[in-house]
Write a protein that binds this ligand. Structure first.
Ligand code: TEU
Length: 549
């Protein structure tokens, strides 16, 4: 399972990447048009979020046919062309397999609804009365996790939207059908897979109320999940492909098992603990300032924990479910450029495979929406109602969405300062932030000092210096909560990364870091031209030092 440590993955949300046919909706041909850009960035893989047949209640994460392409995104020929042209540039495609649930419009669910016992067993149905929920579990998008079907007198489980019914992985026919999906795409020349919420696939034997929470402890990293994954990977022969599992509320112990090569499960895992340090009491829908001390501690635990047990991380700040990192942990106004670069260095030089989410390499910011009509995401729209019901004013609810909505990460890619940011000739399906006239590919390609240029340097460095891909990591204690310092080492190579997460200047205190700053190391990257002087890092400063003896 080696071979992915020096690689960089670029995530594309096709609906918002590039529209080639002027309908305001991004498509596969749009991606093909932009392959030169992706090649110049230097990325190795493109992870495409789902473009399969879907009613699009959850932007394609509600799949109605795993083997067909939604015509809004193009045709099978368009995909074949993309695979071929990407391959010519040494870029592999990774597809997104949403195997925890299907759309309720999927043929299997429709057959179940029509009364087929065989297909009811593809899902998780429970007998019951309309006024008695099988359990008190809460859906991740708000409201109960069960929906009643009057004609069957049964409830079905949906951990996400009511149109996303959970599959029954205990049924070997379900596992068999999903393996066929993998085989189909593998034959087409797909080079890797991302598995959506794959640590939620194994449900408990007995369904019971959760008196301490929302039910997640009963199905997160569930009883058969490792078995199911091993079987899927083995039977489809994808052991040597790049695979990443999206792990919701997971544990370090489980991620070690998912990604340790001996287990033959996955290449690597996404976990989200570091992206909850600005939640108040773990609640995404309550605003709080980021707790950088907690962030550092989580990185230390996960980075060293995975290293010590031969696990492998996918390292990332952004994806289509997250607000933009520069608006979240940086400063998208006064220190926009400095903080975006600092955050890039902090994540790319850790131990793991870095993922860049479209537009992150430009320092794209949150959307800045001020009315509910601008939002598209099912989760945001549901929670808006929930927040109002809880007694929040519309202004308060809109402030929360402005910070937390997944739509912050779904605005169209900013290609140029022209109308619709060069994304489309038509009005895009979702609105753009006002700053696209300034923050865009065309402007940044002209500027040697741009955020884009900085990402290119980081990607190139990974290919040049084995210590980045292969080295060990050790965190160096710095008491200032906003100052993160870590050291990578491999043989005689050493890399020291110092990052100031705050606008206030900070003095470096640790002996190791001070010694490296004053001698024996070269500064190979930073977000300020000169310095730093006297062991002091300026606002959002990042310094990367290197030595080889
Ligand atoms: O996300 C899983 C997931 O847990 C997040 O959507 C999470 O619930 C949210 O960020 C918390 O606020 C995956 C996909 O990435 C997401 O787009 C889908 O909506 C979801 O699965 C269901 O398929």
């Amino acid at each position: 399972m080696a071979g992915f440590k020096d690689k960089v993955v670029y995530q594309i949300y096709p609906k918002s990447f590039k529209d080639s046919n002027g309908d305001g909706f991004g498509d596969l041909r749009g991606i093909t048009e932009k392959l030169d850009y992706l090649e110049s960035l230097g990325v190795d893989y493109l992870w495409l979020t789902p473009f399969f047949i879907s009613p699009q209640h959850d932007n394609g994460y509600d799949v109605a046919d795993y083997l067909k392409i939604d015509p809004r995104f193009g045709t099978m020929e368009d995909l074949e062309e993309l695979i071929k042209k990407a391959d010519e540039r040494g870029i592999g495609l990774m597809l997104d397999m949403v195997f925890n649930h299907t759309s309720t419009e999927h043929e299997w669910f429709q057959k179940a609804l029509a009364g087929s016992e065989e297909y009811m067993d593809y899902y998780i149905f429970r007998d019951g009365e309309k006024d008695r929920l099988p359990t008190n579990w809460i859906s991740k998008f708000g409201g109960p996790a069960w929906e009643y079907v009057p004609q069957l007198k049964k409830w079905y489980l949906h951990l996400f939207d009511v149109t996303q019914a959970d599959l029954n992985w205990e049924n070997p026919k379900v596992r068999g059908a999903l393996k066929d999906v993998i085989r189909f795409w593998k034959e087409k020349g797909i080079k890797g897979f991302r598995f959506d919420v794959v640590n939620l696939i194994s449900k408990p034997e007995v369904f019971e109320d959760d008196y301490e929470g929302d039910g997640r402890r009963f199905y997160t990293d569930g009883r058969h999940v490792h078995e199911f994954l091993k079987e899927l990977v083995r039977d489809t022969g994808i052991e040597d492909m790049v695979t990443v599992g999206e792990m919701s509320s997971t544990s370090l112990e489980n991620c070690i098992r998912y990604s340790n090569p001996k287990e033959k499960e996955l290449s690597m895992c996404f976990n989200f603990h570091h992206l909850k340090v600005d939640y108040k009491n773990g609640n995404k829908w309550e605003l709080a300032e980021p707790d950088f001390a907690a962030l550092k501690e989580l990185f230390r635990q996960w980075q060293t924990g995975m290293q010590n047990a031969d696990g492998w991380n996918a390292v990332f700040w952004c994806n289509h479910d997250q607000p933009r990192v520069v608006s979240r942990f940086g400063d998208d106004r006064k220190y926009w450029k400095e903080s975006a670069k600092m955050l890039a260095a902090a994540i790319h030089l850790m131990r793991g495979t870095p993922y860049i989410y479209q537009g992150e390499e430009l320092g794209m910011t949150n959307a800045g929406y001020r009315s509910i009509g601008q939002y598209r995401d099912v989760e945001s729209l549901n929670y808006y109602e929930i927040l109002l019901k809880e007694g929040k004013t519309t202004d308060e609810a809109l402030d929360i969405l402005a910070g937390r909505s997944r739509d912050n990460g779904r605005t169209p890619m900013q290609w140029s300062g022209e109308d619709h940011a060069g994304f489309s000739d038509a009005e895009p399906w979702i609105g753009l932030p006002e700053n696209y006239r300034v923050i865009n590919v065309r402007e940044e390609e002209k500027d040697e000092d741009s955020i884009l240029a900085f990402y290119k340097k980081l990607i190139r460095l990974r290919k040049e210096k084995p210590v980045i891909a292969e080295g060990n990591i050790e965190f160096i204690d710095e008491e200032d909560p906003g100052l993160m310092v870590y050291q990578r080492s491999l043989g005689t190579e050493k890399l020291l990364v110092l990052c100031n997460f705050r606008p206030e200047a900070v003095r470096v205190k640790s002996k190791e870091a001070l010694a490296a700053l004053t001698g024996g190391y070269d500064k190979i990257l930073g977000n300020y031209g000169d310095g730093p002087e006297d062991g002091t890092l300026r606002s959002y400063e990042a310094v990367v030092l290197y030595s080889v003896s």
